[in-house]
Design a protein around this ligand. Structure first.
Ligand SMILES: Cc1cc2nc3c(=O)[nH]c(=O)nc-3n(C[C@H](O)[C@H](O)[C@H](O)COP(=O)(O)OP(=O)(O)OC[C@H]3O[C@@H](n4cnc5c(N)ncnc54)[C@H](O)[C@@H]3O)c2cc1C
Length: 523
C-alpha cells in the first residue's frame, strides 16, 4: 500500500493534521506508538471505574475553527465549564475567584479594594493583548531573514496591527514579551496571594520561576482561552481530555484516514534528501510520498533520521532546543472529597481549579529547589476534581482528582526518578493535606508521573509537557529552529505538525491545522 501522507503520532495535533489532509483528498495513514490515541490528551482507566485524564486535564485553547470545521460536537466533543479558582492559604484565609464577575470583585476587595478596581482594568488590557496575539496563532510564521513576499506581507500586517494599538497596549505588549510574570503583575496588584496564583500560569511547562524574565508571555499564552469565550472558556472535556482526541480521530476516520495504534515508528526513510516512508519497530516498511511528524525534534531528527543525514547547523539548533521538563502529575482515585480547613465542606469551590500557590515567595522557593536539582519540597499544585462536573469519570460517590505539580526537574542532583517517584507522590499528598487534613485518608489509588515517566510513556523528551519550553527564544519564527518554523524541514517532503511547532503546546490543534495548510499549499 502506498500512502500520500504518513503521519507519525496520534496525539491531537497529528490527528487534526491528518483530518484536514484527508478532507483535501489525500490518502493518509496515522501511526501511533501507544495502544490508545491522544498522546498528552488522553483518558485511561488505570484503576477500575476511575478514568484519569492522565496528562492534560483542562481545555481552553482548542481553536474554535477546528471545532467547527471538523464538526467535533457531532463526533462526541462536549466541553463543560470549570468554575473559578480557589486558593487556600496557610493562615486559614483563602482567595476564591469565580466566573461571576461581581462576586469575584467583592472577594478581591476583601483582600484589597485597589486590587478589585485593578482586576477589571487588567482583564480589559489582557483582552486587548489577546486580540493582538490571536491572529498570530493561525499564521505560518514568516522568516524575517527571507525575502519571500508572503512572509514579508505577514510581517507587514503584524507591524500595521501593532501600530494600530493604543499607546498603553503597545507598552503592555512589550512588557509582556520581556518581563517576569511577577514584575508584570506587580504593576497592577498588591495582594500577594492574588499575584502568586495569577503568576502560576506563567511558569507552567517552563523551567523558570515566577520572577524569571519571559514568564509574563506564558501568562498571556494561558490567558488566551479565558479571553475567547469570557468565563466559560477554561473547561473540562466530558470523558476526560482523551475524549477530545477521540472526537478528532472520529472526524479523521470519517474523512478516510487510516489509524493504527501500537505502531511505533523507529526510522524515517530518506532517499537522496527526500522522505520516502517509515520503518516500524517490528521492521515493517511503509512507503509514502510525504511524511509528517507530530513528535518532538529530538525524536524526529536525532532518533528517527540521524545527524549524518542533516545539515550540521540544523543539527546544532535541534541540540540547542530546550526541553528541560519541570512538571509532574499525580492522579488520584478518592473515596470522598477533600475538606479544606479554610472553607470546609463540599461546596462549589471544589468544582473549579484549586491552586496551591499561597504566596509569591512560596512559588519562588518551589523553583529554588528545582534550580539545584531537587523536586520542590513544597510544590505549586494545580488541582481539579473532574468527577464533580462529569460524573462519568468515577463510580457513584467516588472522585477523581488531578494534581499538576511544579517543580519536578528532569535532571535530579541525587539519584534517579525511579528512586524518588513514591516520595514525590507523598510530598504532593502531604502538601495538599496541609490545607485539607482528611486528604491522607481518602486516597484509594494514586498514579505518580515524573518527567522521566512522561518521556518513557508519552515520548516527551526530558518530560517537557509542551514538546519543548514555551520561552520567547523558542517561539514563533524560532520554533523549533530558526529558518525552519514553516512546518518544513531540511528533508524534502518531511514536515512537522506537533506542539514543537508554532504556536506551541496546549490542546490547541493550531500546529496541526497550520501544518496541513502548508503541506496542501505545496501540492
Ligand atoms: C502532564 C501534562 C499536563 C498538561 N496539561 C495541559 C492542560 O491541562 N491543558 C492543555 O491545554 N495542555 C496541557 N498539556 C499540554 C498538551 O497536552 C500538549 O501540548 C498537547 O497534547 C500536545 O499534543 P501533540 O499532538 O502536539 O503531541 P503529543 O500529545 O505529544 O502526541 C505525540 C504522539 O506521538 C506518539 N509517538 C511518540 N513516539 C512515537 C513513535 N516512535 N511512533 C509513533 N508514535 C509516536 C506519542 O505516543 C503521542 O501519542 C499538558 C501536558 C502534559 C504532559
Amino acid at each position: 500500500m502506498h500512502y500520500d501522507v504518513i503521519l507519525i503520532g496520534g496525539g491531537h495535533n497529528g490527528l487534526v493534521c491528518a483530518a484536514y489532509l484527508a478532507r483535501a483528498g489525500r490518502k493518509v495513514l496515522v501511526l501511533e506508538r501507544r495502544h490508545v490515541l491522544g498522546g498528552a490528551a488522553v483518558t485511561e482507566e488505570i484503576y477500575p471505574g476511575f478514568k484519569y485524564s492522565v496528562c492534560s486535564y483542562v481545555v481552553s485553547l482548542l481553536r474554535p475553527e477546528i471545532i467547527r470545521e471538523l464538526e467535533l460536537p457531532k463526533h462526541g466533543l462536549e466541553i463543560l465549564p470549570l468554575d473559578g479558582t480557589f486558593t487556600p492559604m496557610p493562615n486559614g484565609d483563602f482567595l476564591w475567584r469565580v466566573n461571576d464577575h461581581a462576586r469575584t470583585r467583592r472577594e478581591i476587595a476583601r483582600h484589597s479594594r485597589l486590587d478589585a478596581e485593578a482586576y477589571e482594568e487588567y482583564g480589559k488590557a489582557m483582552v486587548d493583548m489577546g486580540r493582538f496575539v490571536k491572529p498570530i496563532l493561525t499564521m505560518t510564521p514568516p522568516d524575517p531573514t527571507s525575502l519571500d513576499p508572503r512572509g514579508l506581507a505577514s510581517l507587514l500586517s503584524m507591524a500595521q496591527r501593532f501600530r494600530a494599538l493604543s499607546a498603553a497596549d503597545k507598552y503592555n505588549q512589550i512588557q509582556l514579551m520581556t518581563m517576569s510574570a511577577i514584575d508584570f503583575l506587580d504593576q497592577w496588584f498588591e495582594t500577594d496571594v492574588l499575584k502568586a496564583t495569577m503568576a502560576a500560569s506563567g511558569i507552567i511547562g517552563t523551567f523558570l520561576g515566577v520572577r524569571s524574565p519571559g514568564t509574563a508571555y506564558v501568562l498571556l499564552h494561558h490567558y488566551m482561552g479565558e479571553i475567547d469565550g469570557a468565563f466559560r472558556s477554561w473547561g473540562l472535556s466530558r470523558g476526560g481530555t482523551g475524549a477530545i482526541s477521540l472526537a478528532i480521530a472520529a472526524a479523521a476516520r470519517e474523512a478516510g484516514v487510516e489509524i493504527r495504534t501500537e505502531a511505533a515508528v523507529s526510522r524515517i526513510l530518506v532517499t537522496s534528501g527526500t522522505a520516502a516512508g517509515v520503518v516500524l519497530d517490528n521492521g515493517d516498511e511503509i512507503r509514502g510520498r510525504i511524511v509528517v511528524s507530530s513528535v518532538d525534534p529530538n525524536l524526529t531528527f536525532l532518533r528517527m533520521i540521524g545527524a549524518d543525514q542533516l545539515p550540521e547547523e540544523f543539527v546544532e539548533d535541534v541540540r540547542r532546543y530546550k526541553f528541560r521538563g519541570s512538571s509532574g502529575k499525580v492522579n488520584l482515585a478518592l473515596d470522598a472529597l477533600p475538606d479544606f480547613t479554610s472553607l470546609p465542606g463540599a461546596g462549589p469551590h471544589l468544582r473549579g481549579a484549586i491552586s496551591i500557590s499561597p504566596a509569591v515567595d512560596y512559588m519562588e522557593r518551589a523553583y529554588d529547589d528545582a534550580k539545584y536539582g531537587r523536586y520542590s519540597q513544597q510544590p505549586y499544585i494545580d488541582i481539579v476534581i473532574p468527577s464533580l462536573t462529569d460524573p462519568s469519570v468515577a463510580p457513584p460517590g467516588k472522585h477523581v482528582m488531578s494534581c499538576f505539580v511544579q517543580y519536578a526537574p528532569y535532571h535530579l542532583k541525587d539519584g534517579s526518578w525511579d528512586d524518588h517517584r513514591e516520595a514525590f507522590g507523598d510530598t504532593v499528598i502531604n502538601t495538599i493535606a496541609g490545607y485539607a487534613p482528611n486528604m491522607k485518608n481518602i486516597v484509594l489509588h494514586r498514579q505518580v508521573l515524573t518527567p522521566l515517566d512522561l518521556e518513557r510513556e508519552f515520548g516527551l523528551t526530558e518530560g517537557n509537557i509542551f514538546q519543548g519550553e514555551l520561552t520567547l527564544e523558542q517561539l514563533f519564527f524560532l520554533r523549533p529552529a530558526p529558518g525552519w518554523a514553516q512546518y518544513r524541514t531540511p528533508i524534502r517532503n518531511l514536515y512537522m505538525c506537533g506542539a514543537a511547532t508554532h504556536p506551541g503546546g496546549g490542546i490547541m490543534g493550531a500546529p496541526g491545522r497550520n501544518a496541513a495548510r502548508c503541506i496542501l499549499s505545496r501540492g
